[in-house]
Design a protein around this ligand. Sequence first.
Ligand code: NAG
Ligand code: NAG
Ligand code: NAG
Ligand code: NAG
Ligand code: NAG
Ligand code: NAG
Ligand code: NAG
Ligand code: NAG
Ligand code: NAG
Ligand code: NAG
Length: 675
Amino acid sequence: MVLTTTAVLALVLGLASQCLAGGPADLLIRSSGGNVTTSIMYGLMHEDINNSGDGGIYAELIRNRAFQGSSKFPSSLESWSSINYATLTLKKLATPLSPALPNSLNVAAGTAGTKPDPKKTKIGFANTGYWGMDVKVQNYTGSFFVRGGFEGAFTASLQSAITGEVFGSVEVPGTQSVKDGWVQRNFTLVPARAAPSSNNSFAVTFDPAGIREGSSLDFNLISMFPPTYKDRPNGMRIDIMEALAKLNPKFLRLPGGNMLEGNTIDTYWKWNETIGPLKNRPGMAGVWKYQLTTGMGLVEYMHWCDDLNLEPIVAVWGGLSLDGAYTPKSAINTVVQYALDEIEFLTGAAATTKWGAVRASILGHDRPWRVKYVEIGNEDWLAGRPTAFDSYKQYRFQAFQTAFAQKYPDIQLIASPSVFDGMTIPAPAAGDYHPYLTPDEFVAQFNKFDRLSKNNLTFIGEAATVHANGGKGWDGNLMPNPWWAGSVAEAIFLLGAERNADRIIGATYAPGLRNLNRWQWGMTLMQHAADPALTTLSTSWHVWRLLGNHVITKTSPVTHTSKAFSIGPLYYVAGTGEKGTNIVKLAVYNATEPVQVSLQFESKNDAKPKAARATLTVLTGPKDPYAVNDSFTRVNVVNETMSALTADEKGLFKFSLPPLSVAVFETGGEREGGR
Ligand SMILES: *[C@@H]1O[C@H](CO)[C@@H](O)[C@H](O)[C@H]1NC(C)=O
Ligand SMILES: *[C@@H]1O[C@H](CO)[C@@H](O)[C@H](O)[C@H]1NC(C)=O
Ligand SMILES: *[C@@H]1O[C@H](CO)[C@@H](O)[C@H](O)[C@H]1NC(C)=O
Ligand SMILES: *[C@@H]1O[C@H](CO)[C@@H](O)[C@H](O)[C@H]1NC(C)=O
Ligand SMILES: *[C@@H]1O[C@H](CO)[C@@H](O)[C@H](O)[C@H]1NC(C)=O
Ligand SMILES: *[C@@H]1O[C@H](CO)[C@@H](O)[C@H](O)[C@H]1NC(C)=O
Ligand SMILES: *[C@@H]1O[C@H](CO)[C@@H](O)[C@H](O)[C@H]1NC(C)=O
Ligand SMILES: CC(=O)N[C@H]1CO[C@H](CO)[C@@H](O)[C@@H]1O
Ligand SMILES: CC(=O)N[C@H]1CO[C@H](CO)[C@@H](O)[C@@H]1O
Ligand SMILES: CC(=O)N[C@H]1CO[C@H](CO)[C@@H](O)[C@@H]1O
């Protein structure tokens, strides 16, 4: 960032604040006016990109656990290897485990010509996981299906992928002889000691002499989980969920963006194929170059909402795929019905609705969820434009709106384009705006939403700074990581959204997560690998966390008496919080000197405002605004300081904010701060 001409501005500013010292406040927070906010301003969005789902927040350790495939990503033995010269073959049996999982692994003793280790009697297969597996002294809950008569026991173990050292193992009883039948074998494995690194693998071995039918055994759905967040079976990784919880999010946009659309018109995210037992889930061709297990399905997303107390923003398929194909008008009602069924599956009464009954039978209980927000599609202005977008404007969105108004009139619908993408959104629906910008562009959008009319409710379902100032395009100069100047610019954009939080439903960074071993998209809130010690929180994580942890429920108008503050270098929003506190969020951009701030709360009556206390939390970054938290080293370049402030006898709070900083000022509580 170049800060040449701003030196002059800072000089002027310095003078201005000196003039004001002891005088009236630069910022006067009004006691009346303002708007009630949606109170769900900060939330989450998840897309299975770069193994952020499978191999990411979804805690499954075994990669390619059920040999799922598609025409785009054919079924394979990727991530599996043979132990002691066993012959591993991918098979499509006449009696598969289930119609959803037609492929399985056939394991036979090594064929003639190979040289099994004479000291070893057991053969088997090993899995390397998603670039390793974290091994600690804790419960690993596993299961596999096996077909074929066998006497003896299987050994399930966790071992080093480098030295072969075994950290823990468990004996799993063999199968009864069930001709052509599949038998599930469950186990709990507790390693005797922790592994020194995460470069470990999981293995299943057995003595081939125990095979009673033919000369081989078949295996499928080989799965193993470490302890999960809130102990959910088929659940989420604890460290990642904890880092997300610290953001104090209020909503989850699910199940993703491009992933919902799918690559082709018949390979969209089919909610009905992501529910129920894992053996009934075929998986799908992902849109980010890998097959998805869909182990993290619709219900798992809802559990995620339950566990973090999030408002689900359920995106339903809108009849568009990434190749630009879209559903013709004559068939749109089928697509609408499919979405209505999904909402009925989530919210319908078990006793009186078809899909509510399916939910009850799958989950074993009949509690329906409450869904207040439904988004129709994802970025319908983008793929296949202009004709696909025309179809959305002409009949696709309308068909959903008519049907939902009839069946679910209380649900707030969100169109996937926003008014800024060139769609007139028919009220009361909202639009979805996805800015991926440079820092300067974000800062320039500080007052973008001031001009939104009440009828143009907007959701910011994705946002991130992706290029340095002057950068453009998706293929060249994307930044490799969030960086401080970009994160500050995001803050300023968010303050602009919060100023208008009666018209902005909420905002979320995207994408949120990425596996460091599949670095496809630089900008993510958090990065992770198999080893939880490598989970890295970006500069943006720190900024979004600070802003998200001070919830404004009603905005307060602010008047500024210093002309220099009209638009930059200081940006701010004020309001009252959940507990009646006064909150002012501030950020400084493009200044070379610290900005002196004095702020005051307007008194309702003429009584002399009493002295009050507040806490000021300030985030600053490294000297180099392009420095990032180094992936794999967990270096945190964001510094947080908290200080206690006391107002002077006139009720003025005075403080200084460094260049490129983000701050939250919050008064002590009810009746404090001169209210
Ligand atoms: C809501 O906020 C906007 C922008 O600050 C303001 O113009 C408007 O008067 C406010 N509305 C109410 C009802 O206070
Ligand atoms: C694990 O170690 C093996 C053997 O040294 C190496 O080939 C592999 O790349 C390592 N895997 C990871 C994820 O580090
Ligand atoms: C494994 O789970 C059991 C049962 O919940 C529990 O008693 C035990 O402490 C756990 N073991 C470890 C190592 O966490
Ligand atoms: C294995 O565990 C699953 C999930 O908890 C359970 O549904 C199944 O009945 C168990 N199978 C056996 C054979 O114990
Ligand atoms: C899920 O729904 C889609 C769309 O109606 C349908 O094509 C598909 O066959 C369904 N899948 C299953 C397993 O019923
Ligand atoms: C920041 O300062 C630079 C250099 O003066 C200027 O080009 C840029 O427009 C400024 N950005 C904003 C958002 O004010
Ligand atoms: C963080 O800020 C405090 C207060 O200004 C300072 O004492 C400390 O050295 C800073 N830490 C880092 C890592 O910059
Ligand atoms: C830009 C835009 O689409 N604005 C819309 C805001 O809402 C009103 C009322 O629904 C529309 O008439 C505008 O077109
Ligand atoms: C599957 C895939 O596209 N993975 C990408 C993840 O990111 C790395 C690093 O940019 C790429 O090399 C991979 O191709
Ligand atoms: C990749 C990168 O920029 N890493 C930086 C992370 O932060 C430390 C401390 O500021 C720097 O030394 C690294 O260069």
